[in-house]
Design a binder for this molecule. Sequence first.
Ligand code: BG6
Length: 514
Amino acid sequence: MNNSNSAEGGISGERKILDPCTIAIFGASGDLTARKLIPALYHLFKEKLMPASFRVVGFARREKNDESWRTELRTALDQFSRTKPVDDVVWTAFAANLFYCQGDLTDAAAYQKMEVLLTSFGSKPLRENLLFYLAISPSQFGEVVEQVHNAKLLNREGPGWQRVVVEKPFGRDLASAHQLNRELTRYAHEQQVFRIDHYLGKETVQNILMFRFSNSIFERLWNRESVDHVQITVSEKLGVGERGGYYEESGALRDMVQNHMLQVLSLIAMEPPVSLEAEAVRDEKVKLLKSIRHLTPTDVAKQIVRGQYFAGAVDGQPRPGYRQETKVNPSSNVETFAALKLFIDNWRWSGVPFYLRTGKNLPMSASEVRIQFRPTPNVLFAAKCGDGLQPNALTLRLQPNEGISLRFNGKVPGMSLGVRPVRMHFSYDSEFGAYTPEAYERLLLEAIAGDATLFIRRDEVETAWQIVDSIRAGWDGKPLTNREFYSAGTWGPIAADDLLAQLGHAWHEPLVVK
Ligand code: BG6
């Protein structure tokens, strides 16, 4: 049996030869399959990164056959592929591995049919090495896991390996996350469960650890002695659009903070892991999340700001208010913006504020982490140059224009003592060319390889929910006040600026580097 994870791949970059396997996608008629999963698998195939032998089986309720499913996916690929046009020769070879299995998720006979299909591939590894991708609602996870187990497709002890890949939302609070995790691990070990956070598949997010732990000059400054504060911004120009129904249940805190933002925070702030193995990295991330200072409802009132957009304009285009969006309650109190001031109570970060903000309908779509270093003592140039002299800042630009920028002070040429902040920029594109694989390509490859480093462990999910639950408890039953609204196309409510001003700080607009 080899249901354990491989120590290779992940962020260490070493590759092992991939076992032949079958990827079974539940929810094969859905958006995720057409937009993300099939384009990712096609590109992995094109780059010759897929196992030498593999099959993809789509499972869904609609009547289709292999041919009609392939045709439908090809049309979607033409639209969503990151490389265009789609290569016909590569597609034809890839599509020969796609099969459709029609059935209802609750019907045991459908899983038997899938078993027969897998056996018909005529190869033990294609029948036994199985990646179940649950592109379905979390409320159906328990049912599918039980059914595949009953059909003898999912076992704890092999033969072969089986893995279950799931997407967020992993619950809506700690209690429901517990329940979901119990259902997922009823018939599988935790090591067989791969929880996706697509931020961890982004090149630049993976680069955080590489940057921190492969350069000697920055890590020694990465602590309370040198860092004044840290800002993490994930801003989006888009409103909630067609996703009003989902968003009403989630809001910015559940949609972005519980997962993507706390993941980025833990990579930025965690201690060095003892190795690059999945468990070592994930142990450190959990440790970091556990050291975030608990928030009482009184702290929430002081340290957390929520906001909701009203009608405005982004890039000159009019946008409706959140309460006017489709499938949104016209008196909804759901937050479309959140700003947090968090403290990490450990030796390294004691007293350093970490500011996080995210929101919809903001002026820019950009994600970045800014490490703001302490100012120099107020003597010499600092004493003479006043505001011209700015503290050093290191910006990790996660998207777009992925790269890293360092700000320092330079003398303005001339006879006077003029000073001005200047920047050094590193950009992925100019350094390495424009090869940017989609997050799903990396994540699917890691799941096939059995490397869980870039996936979220059960205790990580649950610890993140504890943080989010404590914030929600502070908001509970309190409708939004006037101060908590912002016009679409602005940087959130004024209260978000006040949050930083308490300690003499201010938000920085994400850097745009051409
Ligand atoms: C998703 C959220 O997880 O992440 C969306 O549900 C959000 O609301 C998206 O728009 C942002 O991802 P990215 O990769 O565009 O930054």
